[in-house]
Design a protein around this ligand. Sequence first.
Ligand SMILES: [Zn+2]
Length: 213
Amino acid sequence: MDFDLLHPSEQIAAIMSRIYAGGMTTTSGGNLSIRDENGDTWITPKGVDKGALTPKDIVRVGADGKVEGLHAPSSEHPFHRAIYARRPDLAAIIHGHPPALVAFSVVRQTPATEIIPQAQRVCGPVGYAPYEVPGSEALGQSIARAFEDRFDAVIMENHGTVVAGTSLSAAFQRFETLEFCARTLIRTRQIGAVQALSAAEIARFEHQDNLLS
Ligand SMILES: [Zn+2]
């Protein structure tokens, strides 16, 4: 069955377990959401072990703010709400603390994605949100401003990353690819200088890719 057709709570539980198993977030960190066609948001709960989430743990927050579910919504729900408010085209958001991207956030840089052929297309340009206290409205505004500038992947200063997509599977691919770029850059710098692909080389790959698909 097409993953995107699964119930939002099943999609969220499945992707969270892949993120956790991949070492891309910690027990308490990270949150995912999907906005459905009714404008309701399905989001991971506050204070539940991210390694053991099941679909019944996922919380629904109605467009009117009404919460339904076994738990309270994630404490970082304010920034999910702020992003969706500014970007009606987006249907899914992933926030996490994957170690290589957190390292980039601590040195206050965004990772280059033109180091392997397809990463730039998958990730798009990478934005940057200045530090604000986790869970605060100010953090929501800081991140939402970056998304408003049409970035779909944003480094959160001294914190982590948040990526979005038109589906949760697309957002996950972006999240995983960006972390892969960050990890690769850190390793590359240990053995030599980073040599990026040129815009022409990436365009040539994209053209070939279009012909193949
Ligand atoms: Zn966080």
